[in-house]
Ligand binder design. Structure first.
Ligand code: E4P
Length: 240
């Protein structure tokens, strides 16, 4: 990714190749995020080889845009996370690795994030629900801090206030991490979260669609096309 362009970026939250290709052609996509659940929902079944194959296919399709692939160690083995991260990052230059901020039991993975950052592996610290988690991940060297704003809202906190606080804090301290506003639930979230200060919003294809298509725009375009019909016919004859 162009390192100078750090803000206003739109990522697609999917493992579906057709959807990625569609929005890539429209030049709307700046990157792709996945996680094990997204991969499963996108039909990636068949174990490790299937994950590898799909990740490489997405990475090649969007190259040089970044793709996040998530590591997993159900019993919280840090060595396993590190090994997976090194393996995934080796699949393609534009793959960065997602590390959940803690394991299932709440043990911090900041040491894993720090180690990978030292090895120049780009980390997307993920599954974060608070400003404090994102701050600690950023301080540990994560390039991306993914705050799950839809889930934050479900817990009763205001995602806009949390994003504003996080951006203010990162900017004041001068931490380089980019905020990924994740876990979008409504088309409305995209603009709301950018306005609040997210550098990046990751959105599912079904929420991107209503950001583009509007019934009143269709109606207006139909009016313009109707009134232009006569000269467009002539223009087409002239062009032949
Ligand atoms: C993206 O990076 C996240 O993994 C994703 O947005 C999480 O979405 P969910 O809260 O719907 O699981």
């Amino acid at each position: 990714m162009n390192e100078k362009k750090r803000d206003g970026l739109l990522f697609l939250d999917t493992g579906n190749l057709e959807e990625i290709e569609k929005y890539l052609k429209l030049k709307l996509v700046d990157g792709v995020t996945t996680n094990p659940t997204i991969m499963k929902k996108s039909g990636v079944i068949g174990g490790f080889n299937a994950i590898k194959e799909r990740s490489i296919a997405i990475a090649n399709l969007i190259n040089p845009l970044p793709l996040s692939v998530e590591t997993s160690s159900p019993d919280g083995h840090k060595k396993e996370l590190l090994e997976q991260a090194r393996e995934f990052a080796g699949w393609a230059k534009n793959i960065n690795v997602k590390i959940t901020f803690t394991d299932q039991l709440g043990n911090s993975n900041t040491d894993v994030i720090r180690q990978l950052a030292t090895e120049k592996i780009i980390v997307n610290a993920t599954a974060m629900m608070s400003v404090s988690q994102c701050f600690l991940a950023a301080k540990s060297g994560a390039r991306y801090v993914s705050i799950f704003l839809g889930r934050v809202a479900n817990m009763g906190y205001d995602p806009i206030i949390e994003t504003r606080r996080l951006r203010t804090l990162l900017d004041r301290i001068g931490l380089e991490a980019q905020i990924i506003a994740a876990s979008s639930r409504e088309a409305l979230n995209v603009i709301q979260w950018f306005e609040a200060g997210a550098h990046i919003v990751t959105v599912t294809p079904n929420l991107l669609r209503p950001c583009i298509d509007h019934p009143y725009t269709r109606e207006t375009v139909a009016m313009f096309d109707g009134d232009a019909e006569e000269w467009v016919k002539e223009w087409r004859k002239w062009r032949k």
